[in-house]
Design a protein around this ligand. Structure first.
Ligand SMILES: [Mn+2]
Length: 254
């Protein structure tokens, strides 16, 4: 079967350790697509309490370890987020992968910067406290409760709206920060809002999350950047049967 081949695959905000983490689906993407560099753009873990990881979560991690084997010719770039703050110390021992705060690279004459993005979220950046972590974990956990009660729906709406409201501000700060580093394209996670913003001749992309109904990821090929929405094959089979569209990878997108 023909599979699209990409230069870079970016995903973020998987929140391993949280019950709503879609680790299996993310693993599906990693296995089905062909890419030379994988950027894990922060908040891959919900926190650093590894006892919360279940079988699925460990399966995802062991695949990352497999990918980063020098024989596989995939470069794995791990970037720390605010939830997995402190990851660098742990991860280099556990999985044998270096962890970065930010990552710069050049592709087709364009300088790119990948950074989780909490650095541009003033509330979290100023005060990376237990309370902050508690609130964002509460937000994640509240999503798995059927919001039957009106007040619960309101809390959810308000928290979701916070991210939407923050998007233009975070995009602006990210673009400025990229420009200061000579990068005209900046990739962030953190807000869980898949986004593309063009501003002052620069581009801001957000890779979304893997905790909700619409998991998303980003691919780069030559000069082309795409935000994909994950969906399993409609027929539910992985038989590799070719569909009409020869370019369609096994992992669908909108
Ligand atoms: Mn974050």
């Amino acid at each position: 079967m023909e599979v699209d081949s990409y230069d870079v695959l970016i995903l973020s905000d998987l929140h391993l350790g949280s019950k709503i983490s879609r680790a299996n689906d993310a693993l599906h993407v990693l296995k089905e697509l062909d890419y030379r560099r994988l950027i894990l753009l922060g908040d891959i873990f919900c926190d650093l309490n590894f006892r919360r990881l279940d079988k699925e979560h460990w399966r995802f991690l062991s695949y990352i370890r497999k990918l980063s084997n020098p024989k596989r010719s995939v470069e794995v770039v791990w970037i720390e987020g605010n939830h997995d703050f402190g990851l660098s110390d742990v991860m280099s021992h556990l999985v044998g992968i270096p962890v970065y705060q930010e990552y710069l690279w050049e592709s087709s004459g364009i300088r790119n910067l990948a950074i989780h993005g909490h650095q541009f979220d003033r509330l979290i950046f100023r005060n990376n406290s237990m309370l902050n972590r508690f609130i964002s974990n509460l937000y994640l956990n509240i999503q798995k409760i059927e919001p039957k009660k009106v007040y619960l729906t309101r809390i959810l709406d308000r928290l979701g709206a916070r991210w939407q409201r923050l998007t233009p501000r975070i995009a602006k700060r990210a673009v400025l920060y990229g420009q200061a580093h000579g990068a005209s394209r900046v990739f962030c996670g953190h807000t869980h809002e898949p986004t593309r913003v063009v501003r002052d001749g620069s581009e801001y992309y957000n890779s979304g999350s893997w905790t909700g109904d619409r998991p998303t990821f980003i691919t780069l090929r030559d000069r082309e950047v795409e935000i994909h929405e994950y969906s399993e094959r409609i027929d539910g089979s992985d038989s590799g049967e070719e569909r009409g569209d020869a370019a369609a990878p096994a992992v669908g997108f909108a």
